[in-house]
Design a protein around this ligand. Sequence first.
Ligand code: F6R
Length: 248
Amino acid sequence: IHNIVFANSVNGSICVAQEIADLIKSKQVKNELCILGLATGSSPIKVYEELVRMHNEEGLSFKNVVTFNLDEYYPMDKSSVHSYYYFMHQHLFNHIDIDPENINIPSGTISTEELHQYCIDYDLKIKEYGGLDFQLLGIGRTGHIGFNEPGSHYNSGTRSITLDHLTRVDAATSFLGIDKVPKKAITMGIGTVKKAKRIILLAWGHNKASIVKKTIEGDITPDVPASYLQEHNNVTFILNDEASQELT
Ligand code: F6R
């Protein structure tokens, strides 16, 4: 794992957006699709803001972009303000020229009977596109990436999981109470994420410092699912000062 520490999250986010834009453009000149794995939550918001700015002011086009989001709460309606579907449209998709057919977000309304096959098909679809060219990640205080909570297998695929209590505590403020936070989610697996050709993980703020240290400097263990990233050959952690403070 390679780390780059920025003085603040704005500078770090601009740098990440630039890498994504360069990748999209390098695929455009070759007439190829660019397959992006995307994250939600507070960490990537400024990256999306910068991509939208590049679209508006610099003509960056997303016509050749196909996206796969990491996760969605389950059950969860698309129209809910808490859905990751809503988040992605609000922060990115409504403001760029991506073809709606190229947007993939796990469905929070798939029936329990169909769920298992649905998850297998999600991974298959990524594979059919030739895999993810780039995966953007945040990290939870449990060490989750996507919603791969502690205990996740290094080779797991897309599946439904039970959210860790700490993850639900962290989501409680925005849901106005922990009782309103769904107990489950659908998430891409560790195996799905690790097959991406390039991975960037974003972590900002003091409250991520201790899990960032365990992830980068600790053992590779299912207790810290993000530690599996140590086995990937092209992953960069983009941190601000606060998030890097416990690194030796
Ligand atoms: C979101 C996701 C999660 C978040 C993580 C950090 O799609 O997969 O792993 O990246 O929970 O969330 P924030 O960025 O809100 O601190």
